[in-house]
Design a protein around this ligand. Structure first.
Ligand code: ACO
Length: 315
């Protein structure tokens, strides 16, 4: 009997310290008006002593609790992150250790698109029957990576984590993941990259990233719809990577989709890289937006460039 996967639990975690745009303007030459008009961001959460593994563990634990799955039935943990605490071992192994379970655990690196790449590997492991319940975490602490004196980049980012549990169901079940789609284009690798390990700061060609983000996220949703012989009218919610409200609005415009059906949470947490999609999903669940049977299109784009999408029916 063929298997597929569905999202059985979602959770997110933000560190308690909040830095508003006005707070930032006290130590960088910027303003709430500039940041809000160009990005839609109002504030970001910043870790004070909590590690990448701490944040990842917290959202993973809550996602497992919310799923109702017995913690001993988790057979894999995949953590998407670009901001690990140490080069090895993987953040995912610390999460497994803190959860007190033995299961395979590894990290993947696809920057802001990492959560979609994580869904892809977990969904495939479940389809192949290799795994029954896999935790996929997106976590990033850009506060330790950005140069807080560089107004071109520091205003855009924050810290946070989000997680889902993907569980196995039968192919004929009327819910679950239809497909995931992942892409990379290495010729753009230098347009958005951190400085060398040990140096603080990142290089970003903002306008090139902006343009590529709109087209790649839009096209990956169109690809997912075509692959499943579906029409955009069937989609109830688009959950995009939360980098910039103008990018999100341009994606909606590119695919001719109503912004009322696009989940936006970035005003509260800024760009948390791999964590933004589960953060946005969790905020939508708290707002009672997703109903059983709703079709969701998730999409993200980030450094690499790497991008992708996931089309699913909500249980
Ligand atoms: N506060 C005040 N002024 C600023 C700031 C700031 N924080 N940052 C830059 N400026 C200035 C620049 O110095 C420049 O001044 P100049 O014209 O005198 O040289 C000017 O503002 C640039 O303004 P715009 O050209 O209007 O900027 P733009 O509209 O391109 O917006 C932005 C910049 C917000 C970075 C935009 O290009 C963008 O969002 N790009 C996408 C980047 C992104 O999202 N990266 C995240 C990682 S990738 C991802 O997650 C998809």
């Amino acid at each position: 009997m063929l298997k597929k996967s569905y999202i059985s639990g979602v959770a997110s975690y933000l560190p308690s310290k909040v830095i508003t745009n006005d707070d930032l303007a006290k130590f960088v030459d910027t303003s709430d008006e500039w940041i809000f008009q160009r990005t839609g961001i109002k504030q970001r959460h910043i870790s004070e002593g909590e590690s990448c593994a701490d944040l990842a563990y917290k959202s993973a634990k809550m996602a497992i609790d919310n799923s109702g799955i017995d913690i001993n039935d988790i057979d894999g943990i995949v953590v998407a992150t670009a901001t690990t605490d140490v080069r090895f071992p993987a953040v995912a192994t610390y999460v497994a250790g803190r959860l007190g379970i033995d299961c395979y655990a590894y990290d993947i690196s696809a920057a802001c698109a990492g959560f979609i790449f994580g869904l892809n590997v977990a969904d495939n492991a479940i389809k192949l029957g290799q795994s029954k319940n896999v935790v996929v975490v997106g976590v990033d602490l850009f506060s330790k990576l950005v140069d807080w004196k560089d107004r071109n980049t520091c205003v855009l980012f924050g810290d946070g984590s989000g997680a889902v549990v993907l569980s196995s169901c039968e192919e004929e079940d009327d819910y679950g993941i239809f497909s995931t789609h992942i892409y990379s284009s290495g010729k753009n690798a230098d347009l958005l990259k951190s400085y060398e390990i040990g140096k603080i700061g990142l290089h970003m060609n903002g306008k090139a990233v902006y343009k590529f983000a709109v087209k790649s996220m839009g096209d990956s949703i169109i690809d997912a719809l075509k692959y499943n012989n579906m029409d955009k009218k069937q989609v109830d919610w688009v959950v995009p990577h939360q980098a910039n409200l103008r990018i999100i609005e341009s994606v909606a415009n590119y695919i001719d989709f109503d912004m009322d059906k696009v989940i936006v949470s970035l005003q509260n947490h800024a760009n948390t890289s791999a964590a933004t999609i589960p953060l946005a999903m969790d905020s939508a669940i708290r707002d009672n937006k997703f109903k059983s049977g709703d079709i969701l299109a998730l999409t993200a784009m980030g450094s690499g460039f790497s991008w992708g999408s996931c089309l699913l029916k909500w249980k």
